[in-house]
Design a protein around this ligand. Sequence first.
Ligand code: UD1
Length: 479
Amino acid sequence: MVKYRISGTIETKLNPNFYYLRLRPEDKPITYSPSSTNAKPQPEEDNSVLEIYGKHSLKGQVKISGAKNSALAIMAGTLLCSEECRLTNVPQLVDIQRMGQILSAFGVKLQRQGEVLDLDTSNLHESNAPYELVSQLRASFFVIGAVLARLGTARIPLPGGCAIGARPVELHVRGLQTLGAHVEIEHGVVHAVVKGDRLKGAKIYLDYPSVGATETLMMAATLADGETIIDNAAQEPEVIDLANFCLAMGANIVGAGTKRIVINGVPKLHAVDYAIIPDRIEAGTFLVAGAITRSEITIAPVIPEHLIAAINKLQAIGVKVVSDTPDSLRVIPSYNLLGTDIETQPYPGFPTDMQAQFMALLTVSEGDSVVTETVFENRLRHVAELNRMGADIRVRGNNAIIRGVAHLSGAPVLATDLRASAALVIAGLAAEGKTIIQGLHHLDRGYDNLEGKLRQLGAKIQRTSGEVVQPVFTPTPYS
Ligand code: UD1
């Protein structure tokens, strides 16, 4: 059972009738079980809101947590070995907790203490993932490659769509078939079985450089018989992190981070102690928060190279970002923000996971900007919410046309997905008056204590457990 302790501050400065309590997992070890979220309300039922009083500048340094997307893939990767692995720099997120529950359903013993997660995968006895858990976390489907390689069979429910699009998994499935698995999809469940003793190395070409498919297939190929080549592979830093983790366990992988990954299968992998890389999306979110509030803030630890596309766009907007040390970045305020065009692309292009946050910044940048979303088909739902705050954005297909306004004004808004939540927080920091953000279960999936970190920088932001303040009507963003 996951235990929580009440910590945090009693905030009375902003509103004397209001107090703030943050729930954080206890510092003493906690274990996961498939039903451990029963210990607290399901996040979707949580109707707490964030209140932000905008127009306060930020100052100081913020610690960037471990990368969510790396941690999720690497947790799945631990299934490849039958010994104990220790992961460090694991962020404290609802998505990580959910992945822990799924691994626990397979028979993995997990114990977490702060940012350290121990996983004992020696007794993997189950190859079925429960639908209730997979449906809550799409990335949990990525366990299919590792479970199949390790146990010779895997039954994983199709994850279904999510807030940002349909997100099919046919690239994962086709790749596993190419590796010699027999795959059937029946009643919404993908059932894969290895023909013979082991998967067989093969040449795979991905029609699209899907992050998840690259990770699934790379994991499956580490224990396959012979050489696998994945062409048109995703080059995201999280793919490299997963490959480095597998290498540390004794895998033979070359080329992660390029379009061609070559994996020579090995019969067995061994235990490892591995640190997750810093979260480039959280880092980018703080850079944008600094830019929109015209504040000088430093973020660390970061790998600046992972943020090149975002830094490049900040520079086009007129915001300087400097690197004082190899693992930090400092944003230098500019009072003259200029509109620019952004198109999301697979890495090293501009990340779709930063699109919403940059859109918030462009709403108050002078002139016109066009943001084109090419990765997910339904990832402009934050437009309507930003317009509620006084932004001037029109949507045409997958383009958002933004006309910069002099200022935003605080309003009640609804978070529609994870990164949209961050965009609304960023907009709220710059808006005049009070912004109230509902739908925080999205934010908690992927940001480790965002409001605590912002408050430490001087933001006037607080979470209330109160009822929804007033109804929010979300008009369709498509005009
Ligand atoms: C990962 C990230 C997510 C990020 C995304 C793109 C994790 C846990 N999540 O998601 O934060 O926004 O990469 O950088 O790492 N597609 C198919 N068929 C498939 C697989 C994908 O058509 O079999 C499509 C998707 O619908 C989407 C596009 O490919 O339109 C990119 O998806 P993909 O790279 O697979 O994203 P995820 O791995 O799900």
